[in-house]
Write a protein that binds this ligand. Sequence first.
Ligand SMILES: Cc1cc2nc3c(=O)[nH]c(=O)nc-3n(C[C@H](O)[C@H](O)[C@H](O)COP(=O)(O)OP(=O)(O)OC[C@H]3O[C@@H](n4cnc5c(N)ncnc54)[C@H](O)[C@@H]3O)c2cc1C
Length: 395
Amino acid sequence: MFDASPELQMILSTIRAFVEEEIVPLERPFLDQNFAELWPQLAEKRAKAKSLGLWLPQIPMEYGGMGLSLVEHGYVSEILGRTPLGHYVFNCQAPDAGNMEILIEHGTPAQKERFLEPLLAGEIRSCFSMTEPEHPGSNPTWMSTTAVHDHNDYIINGHKWFTTGGDGAAFAIVMAVTDPQAAKHKRASQIIVPTDTPGFRLVRNTSVMGERGQGWASHAEIMYDDVRVPQSNLLGAEGAGFAIAQERLGPGRIHHCMRWIGICERSFDLMCSYANLREVAPGRPLADQQTIQNWVAESRAEINAARLMTLDAAHKIDREGSYAARDEISIIKFYVAGVLQRVLDRAIQTHGAMGMTDELPLAYWFRHERAARIYDGADEVHKRSVSRRILQRYG
Ligand SMILES: Cc1cc2nc3c(=O)[nH]c(=O)nc-3n(C[C@H](O)[C@H](O)[C@H](O)COP(=O)(O)OP(=O)(O)OC[C@H]3O[C@@H](n4cnc5c(N)ncnc54)[C@H](O)[C@@H]3O)c2cc1C
């Protein structure tokens, strides 16, 4: 049912080889050093991916991408997810990927020329600035950041955090209230703010599980103090901020889920290899222990289920659009995030102390992907909305 076409199979095997041979060797320096030190090597790998035509898999061909459908990109995302740097090297990393998609859909010709083109070329990075420390991100219709008209400009004031990749980004897409009197889903707009605009202040990269991170691999707290940008920087219609954010999230959740499945597959490979290798006594590998065998069987079943559910949701989006697939999208968002957490935990446990080190990417993922159950809609929010719709059908 979900077989990739022979043509796609060829692309996937090229990408798999590229990931194993070119990107996995950069993992250790990535885990040991900071992102900036690794930049020259990453730039080289990005140029190589581009020259092989493996650039921007999810972007239409007329914009220089590979033009893959959501399902096809899902397969790619799964392979790229096997290493923390995979998506970055192919220029399909969050949040830039989502920003590219909304700029393609809603950007004016001038916005596309100034912001989208260099983003697609990999010359700049961007960020998406919606969540505020003072308000629940789970209710994005309630926020304090405002954008007020002043002649032909907007004056933006607000406080954001968890703006991923804000450090070093060339521009932010900022969610701000433009009409506080409007219906709650029509109050906010998305506005492009170049980060060198006076009043844009990166306060700090927020420490996450002991790491502040750097560059793309970080989450910024940002103050917007009387930031003045032309009204031509409005993305889409005024008041459409919430609708555009929703649009961004449907396909984005498929990208995340397939990336998490890639993490699960790599963790599973590491767990199984180590279980065969590590002996608890001479001639008695860990793999002989029934607990480990249970973890292997349970993990395999859960990953298979997660993968089929995600591909099913992606097919439905490709066929009928995100709105029709909203139940499937919510279900995979919390289900796959849970599988990810359990599989990673078992893989770490199997490795003992080695699992806690940064010799392998397991601990990095465990630190950073705990957030999978929170960002793009916390588990509880997705469970609530899907179960409400299901129960209504029984009412
Ligand atoms: C690693 C990471 C990266 C992120 N990147 C970005 C980014 O690039 N840009 C951006 O704007 N934001 C980003 N975010 C923020 C993210 O979108 C929010 O954290 C998320 O929307 C949840 O909002 P909150 O943290 O304010 O939690 P709250 O909304 O305050 O919720 C707290 C908890 O309450 C529970 N809860 C909330 N609502 C309900 C409900 N209706 N029913 C039951 N329980 C509920 C949930 O368990 C939730 O975890 C990122 C977050 C993380 C962790």
